[in-house]
Write a protein that binds this ligand. Structure first.
Ligand SMILES: Nc1nc2c(ncn2[C@@H]2O[C@H](COP(=O)(O)OP(=O)(O)OP(=O)(O)O)[C@@H](O)[C@H]2O)c(=O)[nH]1
Length: 321
């Protein structure tokens, strides 16, 4: 039986993992791709963003798979095999999207530690996405961001359309990981042939487990990084919500690493998808609210020493009187 090739997408918060995954799923190809999503925070936003092109999407929201003590990842991998063997689901590749706060090391080890998983899955490669706008600062501040680079078989440099000259950053990435080629990618647009069949682990299975490419003790940043969810059960005016975000960013841009969600906008049939990474943010109209769906705005904020009270207060100010 041919093992199922597994690609692990990693990269710091907001690096462009979901954007790439969407592109991977929407390109013309003959792969049947199953997806395991790990989300930081209680609300599964990314799986909604991916759409319906994956054969199956399993979302793990019970903490970060790299540090959760449960066997959630192993269970998900085994469940997929059950589905395959029982004929409920068909797939020939698996993509795992890690949270931006995941150290890929323990995730990779799941593929070497469990007998059935070792036999039925083949770890193909680790693709690390790097945000060309914010990476220098993230690498300075978070050892985890360096660790994610260290594990890569391919490094994708995202947001080069808005980042300016990246030559210093590329040199730094190559110092951290001399082995992985660096490819610039804008909005996830890249030939899958560059990402699949890297055979990153073919010759060095044992090396990966016992001798990580990059050995350091990672300070668990989740002590200082946390997430909150804001939910609004009433529609908000577009301008008012922009005003709230501008206000929060002018005070706390450095604390807000990542924020995203769906907004219910007054007098609009469509959901507004809202995304931001530190100071950069954008909004796009998404699909219409379904007739059987109760509209609600849901936003997730992830940050360092999150100013939770200020965020909640700012959004509370939008409540109709
Ligand atoms: N300008 C520009 N924006 C990009 C590019 N790639 C991604 N983005 C934007 O960056 C933001 C974050 O992208 P995501 O794909 O959600 O990033 P992620 O790594 O999945 O984020 P987390 O799951 O929160 O860690 C979104 O607003 C994207 O539209 C790019 O190449 N150029």
């Amino acid at each position: 039986m041919t093992p199922i090739a597994v690609t692990v997408l990693t990269g710091f918060l907001g690096a462009g993992k979901t954007t790439l995954l969407r592109q991977m799923l929407h390109q013309q190809h003959d792969y049947k791709i199953a997806v395991i999503e790990n989300e930081f925070g209680e609300v599964a936003i990314d799986s909604q963003l991916i759409g319906d092109r994956a054969t199956r999407i399993t979302t793990l929201t019970n903490g970060c798979i790299c540090c959760s003590r449960s066997n959630e990842l192993e269970d998900a991998l085994l469940d997929l095999l059950d589905g395959l063997d029982g004929g409920d689901v068909q797939f020939d590749r698996l993509v795992i999207e890690c949270t931006g706060m995941a150290d890929p090391g323990p995730i990779l080890q799941a593929f070497f530690a469990h007998e059935i998983i070792c036999e039925r899955y083949l770890l193909d490669g680790v693709i690390t996405l790097v945000d060309a706008v914010h990476a220098q600062q993230q690498l300075d501040q978070f050892p985890l961001a360096q660790s994610q680079i260290g594990y890569a078989d391919r490094i994708l440099l995202t947001k080069t359309d808005v980042a300016g000259d990246s030559s210093e950053l590329i040199a730094r990435l190559q110092r951290i990981n001399a082995r992985a080629p660096v490819y610039p990618v804008v909005n996830g647009d890249i030939d899958l042939a560059l990402l699949f069949d890297t055979r990153g682990f073919m010759l060095e299975e044992n090396v990966v487990v016992s001798k990580p490419v990059f050995r350091r003790i990672v300070n668990r940043q989740e002590n200082t990084i946390s997430s909150i969810v804001v939910e609004l059960d009433y529609p908000v005016a577009l301008q008012a919500v922009s005003g709230v975000m501008e206000g929060l960013l002018s005070g706390f841009a450095d604390s807000l690493l990542r924020y995203k969600g769906m907004l219910w906008i007054e007098d609009q049939p469509c959901r507004l998808l809202f995304q931001g990474v530190q100071r950069l943010y954008s909004a796009d109209w998404d699909r219409t609210w379904e007739p059987d769906e109760t509209p609600v705005s849901q936003l997730v904020f992830i940050g360092v020493a999150l100013p939770e009270a200020e965020i909640r207060q700012a959004f509370d100010g939008l409540r109709p009187v």
